[in-house]
Design a protein around this ligand. Structure first.
Ligand code: BTN
Length: 243
């Protein structure tokens, strides 16, 4: 679908949201924050590619054309509870992907702190940023590898297309299901429990967990109320990691 008709399609479907589509943009999160500061409302910014895509901890998010780069502004449903917000957004993205492709339910998991994995490889990531100090409005950026996986980390990342999942309106379907999850559903569930339920933990594979420069390897044991985790590392020792 061309950019203009995409914008029209989404605008007709979600009347209360305000869409901006770009072929290329520096970062959809940056644009969304700019627009929100001018006018606080439900902005949704979508781009085909980004020149300065960013990930958590100030990392670069490689942003080749044809993946999903989406940022949306939401009125924070859990003000002063950033931990629940984090779990909620992971669950939201996970559910949107399962609704779009029910056949991949057994392959898809959430990985702390907030990634979606397809088997042992990263498929999508989430970046949550404040618009101002009040935490009332926040901007959520999601990068979902639909066609390409980042070339820098080919061994640890994947895309739907690489996993054999194709579809004529694949990107439109995923975005539609995501926006329905976020804007048309009450945020009333126990998101820590759901995050745990959907989490990577039963695989035989050892997963890496990074915090800043530190890299931990192990299997998830417990997800705590404060958002931290305990993993069992490769020496069989329990390690507690905070966000
Ligand atoms: C991560 O896993 O480190 C989070 C990645 C978030 C990437 C998305 S792509 C859309 C939005 N715009 C950005 O610059 N980053 C987020």
């Amino acid at each position: 679908m061309k950019l203009f008709s995409q914008q029209q399609y989404f605008q007709d479907k979600f009347h209360k949201l305000h869409f901006k589509f770009y072929d290329s943009v520096n970062s959809t999160n940056e644009k969304c924050k700019e627009m929100c500061r001018k006018n606080y409302q439900n902005w949704v910014v979508i781009a085909n590619s980004q020149s300065k895509g960013r990930g958590r901890y100030g990392r670069v998010w490689e942003s080749q054309a044809q993946n999903i780069y989406i940022s949306f502004a939401i009125k924070n449903p859990f003000i002063n509870d950033i931990v629940t917000l984090n779990f909620y957004l992971g669950v939201t993205l996970y559910r949107a992907l399962i609704t779009s492709f029910p056949g991949i339910k057994n392959n898809l998991t959430l990985k702390w702190p907030n990634d979606v994995y397809f088997n042992t490889k990263k498929l999508a990531g989430i970046l949550i940023e404040n618009v101002d100090n009040e935490l009332r409005w926040i901007v959520v950026g999601m990068g979902i590898n639909t066609y390409a996986s980042p070339q820098e980390i080919p061994c640890t990342a994947t895309s739907l297309s690489i996993e054999g999942i194709h579809g004529e309106h694949l990107r439109t379907n995923v975005i539609t299901n995501l926006l329905e999850e976020v804007y048309n559903r009450e945020a009333t569930e126990d998101y820590r429990r759901l995050f745990w339920e959907y989490s990577v933990k039963t695989h035989n594979d050892i997963y890496s967990y990074t915090k800043g420069d530190k890299l931990y390897r192990g299997i998830l044991q417990c997800l705590h109320d404060d958002g931290s985790v305990t993993i069992c590392d490769t020496n069989g020792q329990n390690i507690h990691i905070t966000v």
